[in-house]
Design a protein around this ligand. Sequence first.
Ligand code: ADP
Ligand code: MG
Length: 266
Amino acid sequence: MPFPQHASSAAHPIDTSRLLPSIAAHTDELSKAYGSGETRVVALDRISIAFRSGEFTAIMGPSGSGKSTLMHCVAGLDSPSSGSVRIGTTELGSLGDRQLTQLRRDRLGFIFQAFNLLPTLTALENITLPLAIAGRAVDREWLDTIVMTVGLAGRLGHRPAQLSGGQQQRVAVARALASRPEIIFADEPTGSLDSRAGTEILGFLRDCVRELGQTVVMVTHDPVAAGYADRVVFLADGRLVDEMAQPTAERVLDRLKEFDARERTS
Ligand code: ADP
Ligand code: MG
């Protein structure tokens, strides 16, 4: 035998993906237009962006700049007009409707501004509902970890109406985490919460990234919310115009002011 047993061989090549920061999602020249003729709106204009695994990214930009459209296209909720989207190494354009639904269910998590909890189910039942629908077993240990992380212990038997807005959103966050998704997508997740509850949820999301290695992509218009992220990307008119690493609320606010000033003088 030419090589010692533990060395790699052609049958067991070195897994380079573990040496490089892995990419959870990626777009290449992604464009999206709605309508046609005079009513045609270009919501996204050739956006190429990567979202790294274990990173918390905030997407910012003025109203109508394409934030939600970008998130929806990356999450397979909307289809590109041109260009491509990959989740991990899966090209979304190569999937049929059923496969896409399955990918969303098995590999992605969603948190929306409206919590979308079922009122007749308890917190625990709401959290585990997607797993039940998918016919997947509940990993008890993981569930305990999530419930601890989002601080819902002692509330699991409550129905949504018996919980505060902040607690309801925590249930929605726990539900998104329950299936151990590769990426969680959140569109203005604190939009309907008071600032204290909003701050709590953002803290939980950040803890999920730091402690559980979760990947999060969050749309927000709030510099304070963006300050919880590892990276902020800025959209304007459907284009990627800037990005900031290790943002703070203050730096984000300053950057937004610069954009405004540029817009007024251009
Ligand atoms: P944001 O989330 O940054 O506010 P959106 O992604 O919702 O922006 O929208 C980007 C642009 O695309 C806007 O001009 C909006 O009016 C348009 N748009 C979004 N969704 C649709 C749709 N379903 N039909 C037509 N136009 C749309
Ligand atoms: Mg939006």
